[in-house]
Design a protein around this ligand. Structure first.
Ligand code: EPZ
Length: 419
């Protein structure tokens, strides 16, 4: 069943919004609970499709999962399976990090090539070559990958590319390894720091998370703990852009503005006034934004997950903006949908040239992926008249209560489930 958002745009957003827990920190941290044959209590896990799917897989493996009042309690004592079911694997690419956790504890794992949003090839070659270096034997047969070994031996692993998922998978697989694993050219995203903090609280020994070199010293066991996941920096950036595109004035309850420096800098360059203090980020946007240029880079550069959302924000700015997408090779699928709303975006290879237009016009548009869908919601908030964004299942994967939060900021947006 495909659902839609019906948005009546043209209204300034005003008021306060609380940013939910991070999707991209929650997924590896939920995976990490597989490593502890006891009970782990997680707080602030967002209730979105991607976390629901990941918890479904843990239940399939044999974990006991209890959810309620913003808490997820996972008892991984009795895991009886080490394979990830294909129908769940296909729904989300990041399920591949479950493999690292299953391998770390059980020394075997079976999974199929991951599915997920179609934003490019998104292979897992860096994950598999890292597993091999850890002494894991890998066999592939008709789309299924089986990993097996007697023991995981710490190794020095240099990543060709600072892959977030591969960095997380190596950490998860190395927790109980014999000896020490060094990752060089590691990804430095805050979600990796959050994963390491959670694992270290459980008794793991991880040093250097958040830098290019991470050292994991194998331990014998982990203990039961509770942990609050960090807030979602991409959701925070999305709401700042929602204020920017509507000339709004909003305040985010968001405690880590240091995670979104590139986004804040670019919005200030575009003419927004942004103040950060005591767990809040306040943005006042001008009537008309100025064009700015963006290059997506691994953290701490401008995040690729904000590329489509920022492109949408720039469609009605004064002047011409240039965006270069350096991380994924197919992350402009939303552009034809935005151009249907009167945007003037031209793609030349990795570069999007955005000629600012006076205003967008409402239309019926289709979400192509998670962040591509979010950018269409922002365009709908800006365009006068009624915009329908269809296929919003993509958006529900990564944004908790998006329509409810936008309504509280004065937007007119309704969720409608078409048959
Ligand atoms: C994580 O995906 C995030 N997902 C993505 O967020 C984010 O866009 C991405 O990191 C980059 O920041 C989660 O954390 C669940 P990568 P991941 O491995 O781990 C290539 C969202 O919208 N690559 O850093 O899959 C890959 O093809 C999602 O919330 C290989 O070539 O990203 C891509 O071009 C979208 N071989 C680049 O590296 C590999 O083995 C970045 O991928 C692995 C990756």
């Amino acid at each position: 069943m495909m659902s839609s958002y019906i948005i009546e745009g043209g209204k300034r957003l005003e008021g306060e919004v609380t940013i939910s827990g991070s999707k991209n920190a929650s997924l590896p941290i939920i995976a990490a609970t597989i490593l502890n044959p006891g009970t782990t209590k997680l707080y602030d896990i967002p209730n979105i499709h991607d976390t629901q799917i990941t918890l479904e897989i843990l239940k399939y493996l044999g974990c006991k999962v209890k959810k309620g009042h913003g808490k997820v309690e996972i008892n991984s004592k009795k895991i009886t399976k080490t394979d990830i079911p294909e129908h769940l694997m296909n729904q989300m690419r990041s399920t591949v990090i479950l493999a690292g956790a299953i391998l770390g504890r059980f020394k075997e794992a079976t999974f199929s090539y991951p599915g997920g949003c179609d934003i490019g090839a998104r292979p897992i070659d860096l994950h598999l070559s890292a597993f091999k270096k850890l002494g894991i034997n890998i066999s592939e047969y008709s789309g299924f990958i089986t990993c097996k070994c007697d023991k995981i031996i710490g190794a020095n692993i240099d990543l060709d590319f600072p892959s977030v998922g591969a960095t997380e998978n190596i950490i998860l697989a190395s927790i109980y390894a014999e000896g020490t694993t060094h990752i060089t050219n590691a990804a430095m995203e805050p979600e990796i720091v959050d994963l390491a903090q959670c694992l270290n609280k459980m008794g793991a020994k991880i040093e250097g998370a958040g830098t290019k070199i991470i050292k994991i010293t194998g331990v014998q066991k982990l203990k039961d703990i509770s942990y609050n996941v960090m807030q979602d920096r991409i959701e925070a950036g999305t709401f700042l852009c929602a204020a920017a595109i509507t000339g709004g004035d909003i305040c985010l309850n968001y405690r880590t503005p240091e995670h979104i420096t590139p986004i804040i800098n670019k919005l200030e360059e575009a003419g927004c006034e942004i103040k950060t203090a005591k767990g809040k980020v306040h943005i006042k946007a001008p009537k008309k934004l100025k064009a700015v240029d963006i290059k997506t880079m691994p953290y701490p550069g401008f995040p690729t997950d904000m590329q489509s959302v920022f492109a949408s924000t720039l469609t009605t700015s004064k002047g011409t903006s240039m965006i270069v997408e350096n991380i994924f090779e197919n992350r402009y699928r939303y552009v034809p949908e935005l151009n249907k709303m009167g945007a003037k975006i031209n793609i030349e290879g990795k570069t999007a040239v955005i000629k600012g237009v006076k205003k967008l016009s409402s239309a019926k548009v289709k979400s192509t992926d998670l962040r591509g869908g979010a950018c269409l919601v922002l365009a709908g908030l800006s365009a006068k008249g009624v915009t329908t964004v269809t296929n919003i299942e993509y958006i529900l994967r990564g944004y908790e209560k998006l329509d409810e939060k936008l309504r509280k900021l004065g937007a007119t947006i309704q969720l409608s489930s078409e048959m």
